[in-house]
Design a protein. Structure first.
Ligand SMILES: [Fe+2]
Ligand SMILES: [Fe+2]
Ligand SMILES: [Fe+2]
Length: 381
């Protein structure tokens, strides 16, 4: 997460993105909404609807001024509330209800909140059979098709290229009827536990699922590989888990973001519009789905029978302040280190996570500069 954008500028961009989406549903043109939202701090000392009204009038010089001002006002409030979640967690439904209650006082039309509610997704896909990345799926089919003997290490090397393969193997290994006393938390142990013959079948079955192509998946997969390397390095440095377990955590931490690509089409279009206009993924997920991809991913890996500390880490990797889990803090730092803007930037969170895992910022930065895998991945990204 880069911290070098002016907080006010990015707030205005997000407000504009929300205003355009709300306006699309309310039948208000995008351009004056975006202009008013982008300028709402620079031209007027705002926080007051009459100020917004004057600004909107300047932008459109017409009869829509009041409607534009109202939409920007509502979206400004939504953005402020979503920004404040780091300090005080609330459900998005509660936030929308609270903003509606400001309507009489602030002078905007409370019906505008209904457009935001309409934007939200009512049915999130339930049990998902997630796809394996196309290149890895081809590799699995090519390499594992031959009926010969395989080494654990051979299968492990392939499974560590894809979150779904790694997760499926741990899922089978930790499935209760197998009666394992201790849950497997590395891919190697999962393969050893279920046996090479069974592991090969699991991998072939996962790789043969229908390939699902989505513009959003490629970057998630390459980011997952990069995070696996970062989490392994952080694990080795902090001693909180073994590097092999760190690899698994990094690989699956964003599995919920893969699931988000299966949203109903209408929601997915709104999701992509907002992300493309500068809203971070977790912000949009909370707004549209009521939970971020960490919470969604935790539900998925719980069904894969992952150890509880992994489930907690994935659930809270974008809200580390909501959990005592040190692994959630470790995963948050890996996100920060990877430079992928999945969340609102927060140096407070970075500092708190560093303290929780017992690491200094200088050490993290030094590790980043030494990490040759990261440099290589950034070079080809
Ligand atoms: Fe504002
Ligand atoms: Fe994430
Ligand atoms: Fe991530």
């Amino acid at each position: 997460m880069s911290l070098n954008h002016s907080a006010e500028q990015v707030h205005c961009r997000r407000t504009a993105a929300l205003a355009v989406e709300l306006g699309r549903r309310a039948g208000v043109a995008a351009q004056p909404l975006a202009q008013t939202a982008l300028l709402h701090h620079s031209l007027e000392p705002l926080r007051h609807s009459s100020g917004l009204g004057r600004l909107a009038w300047q932008v459109v010089a017409g009869g829509d001024a009041r409607g534009i001002a109202d939409i920007v006002q509502v979206c400004n409030l939504v953005d402020e509330q979503l920004e404040a979640l780091e300090f005080e967690y609330k459900e998005v439904a509660t936030i929308l209800e609270e903003i509606r209650s400001f309507a009489a006082f602030e002078g905007f039309d409370p019906a505008l909140l209904e457009y935001l509610r309409e934007m939200r997704c009512r049915e999130f896909p339930g049990v998902l059979k997630l796809p394996v990345e196309a290149g890895t799926a081809r590799l699995v089919c090519r390499t594992l098709r031959a009926p010969r003997e395989y080494e654990i290490r051979e299968l492990e090397a392939i499974a560590l290229r894809d979150p779904v393969l790694a997760g499926s193997l741990l899922g089978v290994a930790n499935y209760a009827p197998y009666g394992r006393a201790q849950r497997a938390s590395t891919v190697g142990r999962a393969i050893a536990s279920i046996g090479v013959i069974e592991a090969r079948k699991v991998m072939l079955a996962a790789a043969m699922r229908p390939l699902f192509t989505s513009a959003g998946l490629g970057p998630i997969w390459s980011h997952s590989l990069m995070s696996a390397s970062l989490c392994a390095a952080l694990a080795a440095h902090t001693g909180l888990l073994s590097p092999e377990e760190g690899l698994v955590l990094g690989l699956v931490h964003d599995i919920g973001a893969v699931a988000v690509q299966f949203l109903p089409r209408e929601t997915l279009v709104t999701y992509r519009n907002l992300v493309a206009s500068g809203c971070p993924a977790t912000y949009v997920e909370r707004l549209l789905l009521g939970r971020d991809h960490g919470e969604i991913g935790a539900g998925l890996i719980a069904r894969w029978h992952f150890p509880q500390e992994f489930i907690d880490a994935v659930r809270f990797h974008h809200q580390p302040e909501r959990s005592p889990s040190k692994l959630a803090s470790l995963a948050y730092l890996a996100e920060f280190w990877s430079g992928r803007d999945e969340d609102l930037p927060s140096f407070g969170r970075v500092e708190a996570c560093l303290a929780r895992v017992g690491l200094a910022l200088e050490t993290l930065m030094e590790m980043a500069s030494r990490d040759s895998t990261l440099r290589a991945l950034q070079a080809v990204a």
